[in-house]
Ligand binder design. Structure first.
Ligand SMILES: [Zn+2]
Length: 90
């Protein structure tokens, strides 16, 4: 895996955090991480700074990849969806 970009920068337009799915607003500082994955595939991720920090605390997760937008902001916990408890099962 080759890292092309790994830095904090200011958003020039609105983005969506790949970690938590929340918006990164224009003018906000965010973390840009661009790598060459397998087969010259190009992967780019934009993260809130706190989300990036959370992701980096688990190197295996970053290595193996993760499901985008599936975490709570700044946390390694998966998002809790406010679904009704499944009480329909008989
Ligand atoms: Zn985020």
């Amino acid at each position: 895996m080759t890292i092309l970009t790994d830095k904090d920068q200011t958003a020039r337009k609105n983005h969506k955090c790949i970690w938590c799915g929340d918006p990164i607003n224009k003018g906000e500082l965010y973390h840009l991480n661009t790598v060459i994955c397998d087969l010259d595939e190009f992967c780019s991720g934009k993260y809130h700074l706190d989300c990036w920090k959370a992701g980096c605390s688990d190197p295996y997760l970053m290595e193996d990849g993760f499901e985008v937008y599936s975490f709570a902001r700044g946390s390694l916990l998966e998002k809790q969806y406010q679904d009704e408890p499944d009480t329909r099962t008989v």
